[in-house]
Design a protein around this ligand. Structure first.
Ligand SMILES: Cc1ncc(COP(=O)(O)O)c(C=O)c1O
Length: 437
């Protein structure tokens, strides 16, 4: 039979679990606006129950000359002042002490894509987290590679515990309990296995504030990990795609980049690609801006990667959002404190909402993945069939989350504290119906 598509392209209808759930929810909301719970969004919503759009950002953005908005970027790499501003933003502690170059991208997605589509051989394994952003898997398949998974949740009961249940009221010790369950043993083992098999390794690490768990390795685990990768790279090139999309929603954002210390002694055969996103930082999800910060030991290697990436950019999307680059430059130069104050309110709100959700989950015996912080909490459901039935039961009750391999994600970033307190009991009831109880 004739095919318009080349081999390897998938032609079955594409169902994105996040966008699909959002769409189903929107349709339900038209008929049942008061009953429907939208916990699908990957965007922060304010106390008014609508998506937040930081005033600092939009006042400035709206003041930009329309002719500037109309214009292309001045450089295919992204405007120079924007690239410099991104580097300074990430180098806030002055601890990126290695050769680097920067290229703008449409969102963090484009920055991750630079690495995946240019640094992985067809048929090779690409290492991604076993519970992680769904799009990594889509990218792996699109570039003709094979997904390999690592787990970063360890401990006596593995990931299968409601960590914060032990001490939900006292957030500090709950965080400590969760932190003790993070580990890099499996990440190292899988990396070793893949390096031995294919003589090169590309790995995606979404840290800090991993989606969906919010987990962050912190400086010590990163130092250990980088020592390992520097050694492993004696056997072949290692590319680490460090997706930092949620970096600025860490509980201590000023020190969130402390772990970059570990990139100081990069071996010649290791490249770190920091995939930066403006989406969450500035509440500009739809405006599409990010950057890839390439770190290598030698400047010529960073420049070569950048030269390959600019061809990829030119042939896939062209340039990125010109006026938003200008907006970012001006905000970090002149309005940084105002931005940080608005963002801090969001971080505080997430803290309140997560506590309400966790406490209510404990009360009704709903099992969550360890929660470390961030936009989401995830109910653990490892059986894919059960997950499917669970999703159907939730929908009957007009509740919409997003299915992840291993669980159902609820976006507390989009829920009010009262909903976070009442939802777990309804979720638990739906799960029990799905289990046939
Ligand atoms: C883990 C992770 N990485 C990257 C992104 C990229 O987002 P964007 O392309 O909007 O910057 C997202 C967005 O949801 C995400 O969850």
């Amino acid at each position: 039979m004739k095919s318009f598509l080349i081999e390897g392209r998938q032609s079955a209808a594409y169902n994105d679990s996040a966008f699909g759930a959002m769409d189903a929810c929107r349709r339900d909301m038209i008929e049942f606006p008061d009953l429907t719970v939208n916990a699908t969004a990957g965007t922060f919503w304010g106390a008014d129950g609508r998506i937040a759009a930081y005033k600092t950002v939009y006042d400035l953005y709206d003041s930009i000359d329309p002719k500037r908005k109309a214009a292309y970027a001045t450089d295919l790499l992204g405007n120079k002042d924007y690239r410099d501003a991104v580097f300074s933003w990430l180098n806030r502690l002055g601890n990126i002490r290695t050769a680097h170059s920067v290229i703008a991208s449409p969102g963090g997605t484009g920055a991750v894509a630079f690495g995946v589509f240019n640094c992985v051989e067809k048929g090779d394994e690409l290492l991604i987290p076993d519970i992680g952003w769904i799009n990594y898997r889509v990218m792996v398949e699109e570039c003709g590679a094979v997904p390999a998974y690592y787990s970063f949740l360890e401990g006596a009961e593995g990931a299968a515990c409601n960590v914060s249940a032990a001490d939900a009221e006292r957030r500090g010790s709950a965080d400590a309990a969760a932190q003790s369950r993070l580990g890099i043993a499996d990440l190292k083992a899988q990396s070793r296995r893949i390096m031995e098999k294919q003589g090169r390794l590309t790995v995606v690490i979404n840290d800090p504030c991993q989606n969906p768990t919010g987990a962050s390795f912190g400086p010590e685990l990163w130092a250990d990990l980088m020592e390992f990768y520097n050694e492993l790279s004696a056997q072949g090139p290692v590319v680490i795609i460090n997706d930092v999309a949620y970096l600025d929603y860490s509980e201590d954002p000023e020190n969130a980049t402390r772990y970059f210390d570990a990139f100081g002694g990069l071996s010649e055969n290791v490249a770190v690609l920091l995939a930066f996103s403006c989406s969450k930082l500035l509440t500009v999800y739809g405006l599409r801006l990010g950057a890839c910060v390439i770190l290598t030991q030698k400047q010529e290697d960073a420049d070569s990667l950048q030269a390959a990436f600019v061809r990829y950019a030119r042939s896939n999307w062209g340039t990125v959002n010109n006026s938003l680059m200008q907006c970012f430059v001006e905000i970090v130069r002149d309005h940084k404190d105002a931005l940080l104050a608005e963002k801090q309110q969001a971080i505080d709100a997430l803290s309140e909402r997560s506590l309400a959700f966790i406490e209510a989950s404990r009360a009704c015996g709903l099992e969550l993945y360890p929660y470390f912080g961030g936009f989401f909490v995830t109910v653990r459901v490892s059986d894919p069939g059960l997950l499917q039935r669970f999703d159907a039961e939730l929908k009957k009750d007009h509740i919409y989350g997003v299915k992840y391999p291993g669980g159902m994600r609820f976006a507390i970033c989009a829920l009010q504290p009262a909903t976070c307190a009442s939802l777990p009991a309804r979720v638990k009831a739906a799960l029990e119906r799905a289990e046939g109880k």
